[in-house]
Ligand binder design. Structure first.
Ligand SMILES: [Zn+2]
Length: 450
C-alpha cells in the first residue's frame, strides 16, 4: 500500500515537472516586460493617463512611472515600444461555460468527453486571443481544462470554476428524457451528471453532497439553478425550483468553505427566494420587476447579466420551445439594464455564449453592445475592475490570489495593448485580432504583433 502511494506520488511529481516546461510557444520569457510610452486605462478611471512606462516582473506589475524605468536590457527583458497605444487590464467574462461554447446540446450529451475537452481547449486559446484573460465559469466540467491552462499545457484564460451546475429533478440543467425517470437515489447517474455538466439534488442533504463534491474538485464558487431556463427541455421559465431550505443548505456549505453561491434566475419569485436564502449573486434577472431590482440593490447582491443578441435564439430549432423561451428572456434585456442603472445594482458583465462557435468570436462585440446603457468607460470598467471585484467573493477559494482587472502596481499582469483609445472608440474591442496587438496573461506574452 505504502509503495503504491509512493509510486503515485512520484508519478504526480514527474507530471508536474514536465508541465513546467510545456509552455505554449507564444509565451514570452518569464523575466520582465517593459512597456514604454503607453497611455493607461487602469480599469477604474474614465480617462486615459498621459504617456507612461510600465514594468512587469514575474507575473505582477512591478512599476508604473512617467519617467523612464531603467532596466537591465538583457535578453530576458522584453521591451515593448507602445507608441502611445493604450495599455488596459485583460477583459473578464463573468458568465462563461468553457465546455459548452462550441458543441451542440446533442454533442454535449452524446459526445466523447475527451473530444469535448480538446474542443474546449481550442476554444480557450481563442478566448484568450480575444483579450479575455479571465472567465468565471458558471457550470460545466472545467477542472481538467483549468488545470491544463494553469500548467501552461495549453493557452487559455484564468478560469474561476463552479464545476457542475446543481439543479433539481425537472430543473434547468436536468437534461434527461421522460423515459429516464424515476430516478432512484444511488442508481447510475444520467449522462449529464456523468460528464459533470450538471448534478441533480432534491433535498437539502443531497444539495450539501453535490455542493461539497464541487468544492472537493476545486470550485471557486457554487452555481445553482433557482428557476426555469431556456436551454433545458423540461424547465418552463416561470417556475421556481429549489426550496428555500435547499438553497440555504447550499449557501451554508459554500460559506463553510469561505465562498458563495450564485444562482441562475430570471423571475422575481426565484430571485427573492434566493436572496432570502443568502445567495450573493443572481445570474440573468431578465424577467424581474422593479421591486425585486430594488431588493437586489438594498441587499448588496450582485447581478451578473447579459445583453443577449437576438441571433442567440437561433441556436435552437425554428418553432422549438427553447427558441420561444429565448425570445421571452431577450425581451427583458432592456428593462433589466434600465433597472440595474436605476437602483445602482452592483452589475457584472458576462456573455453566456452557449452552443455557438459562430457567436464566440463576437464575445467582445457583446461587451461593446452595453453602450446602449452605459458610457464606453463604464462599459470597460464593468468588464475589468468591477468583474474582478465580483471574483473576490471567492475569498480563500480564489484560485489566483492577487489583484485582477486593474493596471496598478502590485496587480497581476493581465494586460492588453490596444491600437487606439478604446474609451474614444469602443468599437476597437470588437476586432481583437486586429486591435489587441499585445496580450499578456500572468506576466507572459501570448501575442505580440508589434
Ligand atoms: Zn449560463
Amino acid at each position: 500500500m505504502f509503495t503504491r502511494a509512493v509510486t503515485v506520488l512520484i508519478a504526480v511529481l514527474c507530471l508536474a515537472d514536465v508541465s513546467a516546461f510545456a509552455q505554449p510557444q507564444s509565451a514570452g520569457p518569464s523575466g520582465a516586460i517593459l512597456f514604454e510610452n503607453v497611455r493607461i486605462f487602469d480599469g477604474k478611471s474614465s480617462t486615459l493617463t498621459g504617456s507612461m512606462n510600465v514594468l512587469v516582473r514575474g507575473n505582477t506589475i512591478d512599476r508604473i512611472s512617467k519617467d523612464p524605468i531603467p532596466v537591465d536590457r538583457s535578453a530576458n527583458t522584453r521591451i515593448v515600444a507602445g507608441g502611445g497605444r493604450t495599455l488596459m487590464p485583460g477583459l473578464i467574462d463573468a458568465h462563461w461555460h468553457a465546455m459548452f461554447v462550441r458543441p451542440t446540446p446533442a454533442a454535449l450529451l452524446a459526445g466523447d468527453i475527451g473530444h469535448l475537452n480538446l474542443v474546449a481547449g481550442a476554444e480557450a486559446a481563442d478566448t484568450l486571443m480575444r483579450g479575455f484573460t479571465t472567465v468565471r465559469d458558471v457550470g460545466g466540467p472545467v477542472f481538467g481544462l483549468k488545470q491544463a491552462i494553469d500548467e501552461g499545457v495549453i493557452p487559455g484564460p484564468r478560469i474561476y470554476p463552479s464545476g457542475a451546475m446543481i439543479t433539481i429533478t425537472s430543473g434547468h440543467g436536468d437534461f434527461r428524457q421522460p423515459f429516464e425517470v424515476p430516478r432512484v437515489i444511488g442508481s447510475p447517474q444520467s449522462r449529464g451528471e456523468q460528464t459533470g455538466a450538471a448534478m441533480i439534488a432534491d433535498s437539502p442533504d443531497e444539495v450539501r453532497v453535490r455542493v461539497r463534491e464541487q468544492l472537493l474538485q476545486g470550485a471557486s464558487q457554487i452555481k445553482l439553478t433557482a428557476g426555469g431556463g431556456v436551454a433545458s427541455p423540461h424547465s418552463p421559465l416561470d417556475v421556481s425550483t429549489f426550496t428555500e431550505p435547499e438553497l440555504r443548505a447550499a449557501v451554508e456549505a459554500a460559506d463553510n468553505w469561505g465562498t458563495y453561491v450564485t444562482v441562475h434566475a430570471y423571475t422575481s419569485a426565484s430571485i427573492r427566494r434566493a436572496i432570502a436564502a443568502g445567495v450573493k449573486c443572481i445570474e440573468h434577472g431578465h424577467l424581474m420587476d422593479d421591486e425585486t431590482a430594488k431588493l437586489i440593490a438594498e441587499k448588496g447582491v450582485w447581478l451578473s447579466t447579459q445583453a443577449f443578441p437576438d441571433e442567440m435564439a437561433e441556436v435552437f430549432p425554428p418553432g422549438s420551445l427553447e427558441r420561444l423561451k429565448a425570445r421571452a428572456v431577450f425581451a427583458g434585456t432592456d428593462r433589466t439594464f434600465t433597472l440595474a442603472k436605476k437602483y445602482k445594482i452592483k452589475t457584472a458583465f458576462g456573455t453566456d455564449i452557449l452552443f455557438s462557435p459562430q457567436l464566440a468570436p463576437r464575445q467582445g462585440e457583446l461587451l461593446a453592445k452595453l453602450v446602449r446603457w452605459y458610457t464606453p468607460a463604464e462599459t470597460l470598467i464593468m468588464a475589468t475592475a468591477t468583474n474582478a471585484e465580483l471574483l473576490t467573493l471567492s475569498g480563500e477559494r480564489n484560485p489566483y490570489p492577487g489583484k485582477l482587472g486593474v493596471v496598478e502596481q502590485g496587480a497581476l499582469a493581465d494586460l492588453l495593448l490596444v491600437d487606439g483609445d478604446p474609451i474614444a472608440n469602443i468599437d476597437l474591442i470588437k476586432e481583437p485580432a486586429k486591435n489587441f496587438v499585445v496580450i499578456v496573461k500572468d506576466g507572459k506574452i501570448f501575442k505580440n504583433t508589434l
